[in-house]
Each structure stands twice: as structure tokens, then as C-alpha cells.
Design a protein around this ligand. Structure first.
Ligand code: BTN
Length: 243
């Protein structure tokens, strides 16, 4: 484990991607920054985070030795590693909102952005970006966001949290290396936000529909039980959960 600390960078994912393209980077090298000027979220969104208050970091994972059933397992491993870390931090009602947001009750406390480095049609490495809201207490215009401090009243040490996440990432990746797909998928599904609860979704055309989240397919698509009693799988571009 090798931690590189920066005062500021555009995005730790971009920094680590460039670094790993120009030199050999050890497994689990982490880039942690106080401030990101161009923090990126999923689906081209912006990730903003108050300087020095939160964890904004990226981890390099060598995937060349893995025989992955599907890339989504990298998301599963990462979400579970963050969740396991938070279980010991007085934060209650933790869940994973598909695909990989970490929530406490219905508030988002962590976002994950995984970018894979492909070589010869295979994932050679993953850049795992994690934005965890830790000690920030105001989220202007983000009513669905929260932080560990808001939820528990405590101030957390960013370094300790980063090390705990890295250790849990190692444990979860070793399960993946051993081919424990069923164990990882089952644990992920148990933690799914709104599982088996009547929920409302929006499809790619913006149309709303109702259903029940049942789990995920082997490729990580969301399985929803629809009103006609049929279970349909949706990918990230096809559906978003409204409530
Ligand atoms: C999301 O929920 O949309 C994903 C957010 C991921 C944010 C983290 S912060 C560290 C890393 N660097 C980035 O530019 N993004 C990720």
C-alpha cells in the first residue's frame, strides 16, 4: 500500500490514470487530495467536495491476474469495502443504491467512479475513485447529500478512514480473486437500497413506472419486478430510481 498525498489536482482519477500510463504503479497505490478542481462523477457529472473536509481519492488496482466474470464485480467489491468501513463509524441504515452509491437512510454519503484500463480487450487495471463525505456539514443545492459528521456528530480522521477502506478493498478483492462471485453478489444484493419495496423509476425516455427491486443480473444490471409480474433487467442508461 502506497499513499501519495496532494494539495490539489484536477481529479485523482485523472492523475492516477496518467501516472499509471507513464510509470509502473504498485497495486493499491492511492492518490489522496485535499482539493479537486475538476472532480468527476458518474455519467459525466461533476463531483464537488469542500476542500480538506472529505475524502477524495483514487486507488490503483492491477487486474491483469483476474479472470473476471463481469466488470461490475469491481463495483461490487468497492461498494462493499466502503460499506464495511462505515459499519464501524456509528452510521446507521447503510445501503448501496444501485449501481454504487453509498447511502445512510435516503442520503448519499459516498460516490464511486471506476475507470478501467483496457489492454488487448481485457481489463488490465482499474482506477477506483471514491468520494466520501466526511466532515463537510453544508451541502448547498444538494438536498440528498449528507456526511458522516452530519449523521453522527463526530469528526473523523481522513487518513484513518482511507487506510481502513484500502484494507477492506484488499479483503474484498481477495474474495474476487478466489472466484467467490456468489458470496460477493449475495452480500451486495442484501444491502441494496429499496430492495423489495414499492419504488418509482424513470426510463431513458423520461417515463415513470413502478416496480420492486429484486437484485442484479450477473452483468450487474438492475432487476425490477414490473406490474405485469415480469422481472426485467435494466442497465445504467435505461433506468434511474426516483423514490
Ligand atoms: C458519483 O457518485 O457520481 C461518483 C463520484 C466519484 C467521486 C470521486 S472523488 C475521487 C475520484 N476523482 C474523481 O474525479 N472522481 C472520484
Amino acid at each position: 500500500m502506497h499513499i501519495i498525498k496532494l494539495d490539489a489536482t484536477d481529479s485523482t482519477n485523472s492523475y492516477l490514470r496518467k501516472l499509471s500510463a507513464s510509470e509502473t504503479v504498485d497495486d493499491y497505490t492511492a492518490i489522496i487530495t485535499e482539493k479537486q478542481t475538476e472532480g468527476r462523477g458518474q455519467m459525466g457529472t461533476i463531483w464537488s467536495s469542500q476542500s480538506s473536509k472529505n475524502l477524495t481519492f483514487s486507488v490503483f488496482k492491477d487486474m491483469s491476474e483476474f479472470q473476471l466474470e463481469h466488470p461490475f464485480y469491481i463495483s461490487i467489491v468497492t461498494a462493499l469495502a466502503v460499506l464495511k468501513t462505515l459499519q464501524f463509524s456509528s452510521i446507521s441504515r447503510l445501503s448501496i443504491k444501485w449501481p454504487n452509491d453509498i447511502l445512510s437512510a435516503n442520503k448519499k454519503i459516498c460516490g464511486i467512479l471506476i475507470e478501467n484500463v483496457i489492454k488487448q480487450n481485457k481489463i488490465n487495471a482499474s482506477i477506483i475513485g471514491i468520494g466520501l463525505n466526511v466532515n463537510q456539514t453544508e451541502f448547498e443545492n444538494l438536498p440528498k447529500a449528507s456526511s458522516l459528521k452530519i449523521l453522527s456528530g463526530k469528526v473523523y480522521d481522513l487518513n484513518e478512514l482511507a487506510i481502513a477502506i484500502l484494507n477492506n478493498l484488499k479483503d474484498c478483492f481477495s474474495l474476487l480473486k478466489d472466484g467467490k462471485y456468489d458470496v460477493l453478489k449475495a452480500e451486495y444484493e442484501t444491502r441494496l437500497f429499496r430492495k423489495n419495496k414499492p419504488s418509482t423509476f424513470k426510463d431513458a425516455e423520461g417515463l415513470m413506472f413502478s416496480g420492486f427491486i429484486k437484485g442484479i443480473s450477473d452483468s450487474g444490471n438492475l432487476q425490477i419486478l414490473l406490474e405485469d409480474n415480469i422481472i426485467k433487467s435494466f442497465d445504467l442508461k435505461e433506468v434511474s430510481l426516483l423514490y
